[in-house]
Design a protein around this ligand. Structure first.
Ligand code: UDX
Ligand code: ADP
Length: 464
């Protein structure tokens, strides 16, 4: 089976970059990315590719090459589904905020809506690919809806988890460690569907790096990969606290440990806590699934990764309060960075949100500068927590376009995101314009201690 038309439902951080790369690498396949969010689609269609809604290094160039050639963005979901041989579902699957599984299970309502829409519209056979991170056995639910509400056409469900990390999405897509495709490999039709997707990726990925498995293995592998990665961050963050008490330095420990080839050096960077749309959500999901099978020890084991992460964020914020003579009431605290990591404008679950919230509860005044995050996003993130009124958030938090305006007249500066440009700031000027003593908290181990202490800062860095 040769795929000619692909539709992707969801033009977000996963769907957008993934489809742009497929379109670039497969010029004979038409790729249409659809979304119900009109503003998002309009931004993808903006004449100036620098205005695409997602900041991701290298992405605008790929979009420029493929857009209107074989890459299209549209709000006409029905038309794109109807035309497609293969449909990717890349809609968001947030953690449930209500009812059974509240705070833990993934909310599958957007997935279910997609399934019902696909079933209603389709008049020809389709391969439906789960791209969003989903709990194990979602494929079964999808199949159930499609088979029971469709027009009698054949649906094959594949799981094709996304392993791209934001900030390096383009490189991760172009040179993946592996591509994972789960399908119904016990039937001819299932194997054909898997092969069709293998053929798409084979345009640029070595066949040996494309793994095919059954659907459940594929779904669970995604959750497992994210749980293992997050666990490494929580493990090193746990050590960071011990380092601060003992005089060890977490960077030195990470280096020494990481040189053991069995452990490896990646993902051992201590920080103010991991964020992003996946880690917390996927682990909560894993915990929920384990609990639902009565596997309480398994659930408790993984839950500890989240507990450690929450502790790290709180610990960082409370250390600021303690260091500023036990009160930040009315004091101006400058936060450098709001995104959950550098090179992205995504702020989902960013540690900065929780640190800001903690400091606001302690009556601080917060000023934020992030090179890529917009003011409205900062307010939306704080409003979402419901800790205080929207009005109060706007009164006590300001978002500025320049790092020096952010830090001027502040009592303390905290580095929340490891943006490269923060290393190059004129720290002498920042120091001169701050209140004294000038406190500097490095939540990312981004800055050199010696040069900052020479300038006169009271310097605190995670894990040393
Ligand atoms: C993650 C997975 O890496 C990716 O494979 C999956 O598809 C989606 O989830 P992402 O959340 O985009 O990707 O970014 P990642 O680079 O994994 O970072 C997640 C968080 O962990 C960030 O807040 C980052 O700052 C933090 N982190 C990462 C650390 O604090 N220390 C590290 O050593 C690595
Ligand atoms: P991710 O990081 O998983 O890509 P995003 O939130 O960035 O998550 O993107 C998901 C996108 O899916 C959003 O732009 C949202 O508007 C879109 N979406 C959600 N439900 C539907 C639907 N039923 N039809 C079309 N688009 C949808």
């Amino acid at each position: 089976m040769k795929i000619k038309n692909i539709c992707c439902i969801g033009a977000g951080y996963v769907g957008g970059p993934t489809m742009a790369v497929i379109a670039q690498k497969c010029p004979e396949i038409n790729v249409t990315v659809v979304d119900i969010n009109e503003n998002r689609i309009a931004a993808w269609n903006d004449q100036d590719v620098e205005n695409i809604p997602i900041y991701e290094p290298g992405l605008s160039k790929i979009v420029e090459e493929a857009k209107d050639r074989n890459l299209f963005f549209s709000t006409d979901v029905d038309a794109a589904i109807d035309k497609a041989d293969m449909i990717f579902i890349s809609v968001n699957t947030p953690t449930k905020t209500y009812g059974i599984g509240k705070g833990m299970a993934a909310d599958l309502k957007y997935i279910e809506l997609c399934a019902r829409q696909i079933a209603r519209v389709s008049t020809t056979d389709k391969i439906v690919v789960e791209k969003s991170t989903l709990p194990v056995r979602t494929a079964e639910a999808l199949k159930n809806i499609l088979d029971n509400t469709g027009n009698g056409v054949n649906f094959q469900i594949l799981s094709n988890p996304e392993f791209l990390a934001e900030g390096t999405a383009v490189d991760d897509l172009l040179n993946p460690d592996r591509v994972l495709i789960g399908g119904d490999i016990d039937t001819d039709k299932g194997r054909d569907a898997v092969q069709a997707l293998v053929d798409v990726y084979s345009h640029w990925v070595e066949r040996d790096n494309i793994l095919t498995t059954n659907v459940w293995s594929s779904e669970l592998s995604k959750l497992t990969a994210n749980a293992f990665l997050a666990q490494r961050v929580s493990s090193i963050n746990a050590m960071s606290e011990l380092c601060e008490k003992t005089g060890a330095d977490v960077n030195e420990v990470a280096k020494a440990v990481g040189m053991d080839s069995r452990i490896g050096s990646k993902f051992l960077k201590s920080s103010v806590g991991f964020g992003g749309s996946c880690f917390q959500k996927d682990i909560l999901n894993l915990v929920y699934i384990a609990k639902s099978f009565g596997l309480n020890e398994v659930a408790d084991y993984w839950e500890q990764v989240i507990i450690m992460n929450d502790h790290q964020k709180r610990r960082f914020a409370s250390n600021i309060v303690k260091t500023l003579f036990n009160t930040v009431s009315g004091k101006k605290i400058a936060l450098l960075g709001w995104a959950f990591k550098k090179d992205t404008n995504d702020t989902r679950e960013s540690a900065a949100i929780y640190v800001a919230d903690y400091l606001l509860n302690e009556q601080a005044e917060i000023v934020v500068y992030d090179p890529k995050v917009k003011k409205e996003q900062v307010y939306a993130d704080l409003d979402y927590l419901n800790s205080r009124s929207e009005k109060e958030n706007r009164q006590r938090v300001s978002v500025v376009n320049d790092p020096y305006t952010c830090t001027k007249d502040s009592h303390a500066v905290a580095v929340m995101t490891e943006w490269d440009e923060f290393k190059e700031l004129d720290w002498k000027k920042i120091y001169n314009e701050m209140l004294k003593p000038a406190f500097l908290f490095d939540g990312r181990r981004l800055l050199e201690r010696d040069t900052k202490e020479e300038i006169g800062f009271e310097f605190y860095a995670i894990g040393s």
